[in-house]
Design a protein around this ligand. Sequence first.
Ligand code: PEP
Ligand code: MG
Length: 567
Amino acid sequence: MLKGIAASEGIGIGKVMIIEEHSLDYTPRTIADTDAEIKRYQNAIEDFCKETMEQADALKKTAGKKEAEILEGHIQMAKDPMMDGEVSTLIKQNKCAEEAVDLTYSKYMEMFAQIPDEMMKQRAADIKDIKTALLSILLGINNIKISDAPAGTIIVATEVTPSMTASINKDHIVGIITETGSQTSHSAILARALEIPAVLSVEKATATISSGENVIVDGSKGIVIVGPSGNEVVEYTNKRDAFLRDKRELENYRGKPTRSADGTEYELFCNIGTPKDATKAMAADGEGVGLFRTEFLFMDRTSLPTEDEQFEAYKQAALILKEKGLIIRTLDIGGDKEIPYLGLTKEENPFMGFRAIRYCLKHRDMFKSQIKAILRASAYGDVRIMFPLITAVEELRKGKALVEEAKADLRASGIAFNEDIPVGVMMETAAAGVIADLLAKEADFFSIGTNDLTGYTMAADRGNSDVAYLYSPFQPSVLRMIESIIKNGRANNIPVGMCGEAAADPKMIPLLISMGLTEFSVSAPSVLKVRKNIAKWTKEEADKVTEKVMNMATEAEVLEYLNSILS
Ligand code: PEP
Ligand code: MG
């Protein structure tokens, strides 16, 4: 069994086709007629653009418009005036086109590869792809025709480039194995768009696996089985069929409202970390955003983002969501989320320390500029503000007072915002849970953050394996906390959502339906699964289950019972 990165889920069973790379070796020549050589180079660029445009058109049909943009980007890069100019200059210095392209493209590849940023590394991979294509054209090498692969083929290659992906017939290629690539590389993105199971970064795959061999690709687990036994083929065929059945079944829930079996509607939102994720949330059929973690704006940089920078990011998310709800959580740093330039002092006990709303209320200018940015974005959609880690009513009052100050500033400057922007509380500390009745009187909504609520209620750090047995949202104490938060929210007529991981757990769903949760906020890939699970329950059935669970004394009992009724 070979291991790699699980890059595109699903199971493929088929015969291997090794995609060999042709040698791109050439002998450098001294060119006398440099004008003719420049023409030869320009013809190669023209051929490249024409071929790539055809591939992009093909990819638009198989994978989608966004994926085709990767190849359209290659055309732009090949025409880049800077690189183009450098190639021509080298040819004018009597180098042959092959060498001029090789030197120039290699220089830019190295430049981008050195920047420790995933996007720049991808740029380097793109330039390599273009260089390979240009050299192949100049050397007259015919590229491998993946389009000729018979049905049931599993491609094994050092790397699957976007241009190779364009010729993939998704009815014929049932799996992809490569020696390079990561979850975020273009080969992974394209494999997922084409819905072909893929395992990337399998060491020495092209040397260990031979053409024509039978192979199983488990793109969900990142496993490759070479020469599987009869039993393994049966086992994985069953797994593949179950995977496809579940996937088809889930698709039935796309575009539908989120409804319980007896017709109560729920909001099914997504958790996001960047404005780009808002697009993913929409593609996943999310009905809004229940938690926009804004830390990304403050991380991976050396100084605070300006109000304008933040405004642009929040506005971008609001525009992507159109009129759908967008809950923006103010900065939640500290604890395990460190931002070096803020100069936070090392604390004995960072999770109990100077973090999130506590830090923000002490750094009013920084906090106010974030609140103003959120307010300005509220002119572009259904934007709401949420404060993290509230433990006392004073914190909520101070936060709300700052919102009012920020509103007054904007009003005085004649800048548009939503005067009635809702201000909510993230319910994620034991203290907040205990005073839910008091907070509910002053907050416009609650969102339960079970990730932290579990830790703070159980006084157990999830990262500490010695106390991990305590860290469970199914502990009776955490369940009571959740019940009380929802009950107090409802009694004060405010909506109560949940944005912690537990919101997507099928075992938690009947309890939340019974307790009266109104909004579930989950990761984009969980949306359809959660919609399906909500649709299974009537209030009456959920109440029966919840009554039993809330009378149980231990987490083990709760889990055993919930697992038994779900299976
Ligand atoms: C939570 O605590 O449940 C939560 C959603 O917030 P985060 O995971 O960002 O702390
Ligand atoms: Mg939290």
